[in-house]
Ligand binder design. Structure first.
Ligand code: ADP
Length: 190
């Protein structure tokens, strides 16, 4: 299997690049942000609880997102691989993912980490907020909080995968096609 963790701060371009990667490599896209937003849209209890945290720029509890990924892995038993987008976001989530994949006799192939400067991220997110209507993309304070959560809780994951020799860092600036090419090279040269 080809199992990729697509990593990077909010606004790094994970969603955009995931769409292109799933098409080329025929992978299943698992975005915890998307799954949470569909729970909110469906008005579920889980969605209502998550919305409060998401609108404040905070992470939702590990147990919640781990459970969501667990069930998505089960409903996609015949997949040839997955792109994990926005997951894992904490060490606890990464350990849980290793365990879940291990139980299925597979593992993470690599982490592709997209990097961009904070100013660029804020600019992109505010722009996205205008089109998408996402509340967490429309307020600079919430965006700053998300970047802070990323810096505190999520960046340690780079070390986690580096120790397993699975980390590849890619500059997330310079045109969508150009970045896509660099991601494909990293995958194809693996
Ligand atoms: P972005 O990466 O641009 O912030 P996402 O759609 O990935 O957008 O996430 C939006 C929000 O959903 C996060 O700020 C967080 O509140 C919640 N979320 C998504 N994935 C996770 C996760 N793996 N763990 C905890 N919270 C998550």
């Amino acid at each position: 299997m080809l199992n990729i963790v697509l990593f990077g701060p909010p606004g790094a371009g994970k969603g955009t690049q995931s769409e292109k990667l799933i098409e080329k490599y025929k992978l299943v896209h698992l975005s915890t942000g998307d799954i949470l937003r569909s729970e909110i849209a469906a008005g579920t209890e889980l969605g209502m609880k998550a919305k409060k945290l998401m609108d404040a720029g905070m992470l939702v509890p590990d147990e919640v997102v781990i459970g969501m990924i667990d069930s998505k892995l089960d409903t996609n038993k015949n997949a040839i691989g997955f792109i994990f987008d926005g997951f894992p976001r904490t060490i606890k989530q990464a350990e849980a993912l290793d365990k879940l994949l291990g139980e299925k006799g597979t593992s993470i192939t690599m982490m592709l980490a997209l990097e961009a400067e904070k100013e660029e991220l804020i600019k992109r997110l505010l722009n996205r907020g205008k089109d998408s209507g996402r509340a967490d993309d429309q307020d600079t304070h919430i965006i700053e909080k998300r970047i802070e959560e990323y810096n505190n809780k999520t960046t340690p994951l780079k070390d986690y995968y580096a120790k397993q020799n699975k980390l590849k860092v890619i500059k997330g600036v310079g045109g969508i096609e150009n970045i896509f090419q660099k991601l494909c090279e990293a995958i194809d040269n693996n």
